[in-house]
Unconditional design. Structure first.
Length: 266
């Protein structure tokens, strides 16, 4: 038993080290001016990366807020679609269920490039290319599968027995959803919402193709620095990217906790 505990702790600490060490390196690089091989520690530190990011001329903060807004809109729309879809797939049995699941999860399997090129032509005809709405719509196909998958598993666990009891006691569908279903699936909404936000926030090719250079997102200004070899700027933007997703997750958890307290659901 003790050996099993030691092995489990060793694996846990090793896994944590694999996650934390790269983050530490990124943080160090964001303040590093010169770090030549084979020195273990940086030779010279600097704030060029952070000064560049905070410089109003570069509009990095404006692009960040714009991207957060876009991804938040995508997350809300995706959750609105995923909740009923997840419930239908998680609870009910009907003909064609497997086919519908395959179609929903197809955007994950089918190459994004192939789909995006065809969609781009359609969006040009509809006037949706190079617009905020067009980018929001193109984000939905790769995001919906994650939302539906997570909420489908949640509904499979909670079932519909409590909803049926509420309806027997006289509650209508809206009251049942607000007072019973929503509190039960709230943790799943946090998980699905966070995952969807990350997927949307990290899109690069879809933004570049459908946005046409007019809809500028944070990933579009981050990836060139990462690919160009400018490790200081790449690290700075990577840290901001990670912090943004963490803040979004924290805000969702706070909202869910406030909802629990205000509704008196325990």
């Amino acid at each position: 038993m003790n050996k099993n505990n030691l092995l489990f702790r060793f694996i846990t600490y090793l896994f944590m080290a694999f996650l934390i060490l790269p983050l530490i390196v990124i943080i160090i690089w964001s303040f590093t001016k010169i770090w030549p091989w084979p020195l273990i520690f940086p030779k010279e530190f600097g704030l060029r990366g952070w000064e560049y990011f905070l410089d109003p001329k570069n509009n990095s903060l404006g692009v960040l807020l714009y991207s957060i807004t876009l991804s938040t809109v995508v997350t809300i729309i995706t959750l609105i679609i995923s909740i009923p879809a997840g419930k239908a797939l998680g609870i009910y049995e009907f003909k064609g269920k497997k086919l519908i699941e395959i179609l929903i999860f197809a955007p994950i399997i089918v190459p994004t490039v192939a789909v995006a090129m065809g969609v781009h032509i359609t969006f040009l005809k509809l006037g949706l290319a190079n617009t905020f709405l067009g980018v929001v719509l193109i984000h939905l196909p790769p995001c919906i599968p994650y939302g539906v998958r997570i909420l489908k598993n949640v509904f499979e666990i909670i079932g519909e027995s409590l909803e049926l009891q509420a309806k027997v006691l006289g509650a209508n569908s809206f009251q049942t959803f607000i007072n019973i279903t929503l509190p039960l699936i709230a943790p799943g909404i946090v998980s699905a919402g966070t995952m969807v936000f990350i997927v949307s926030f990290s899109q690069y090719f879809l933004n570049l193709l459908i946005g046409g250079g007019r809809v500028i997102t944070f990933s579009m200004i981050m990836f060139p620095f990462v690919k160009s070899g400018d490790r200081m700027l790449g690290s700075v933007y990577s840290i901001v990217f990670i912090l943004t997703t963490m803040v979004f997750l924290g805000l969702m958890e706070i909202l869910i906790k406030k909802y629990y307290k205000s509704s008196g659901f325990y």
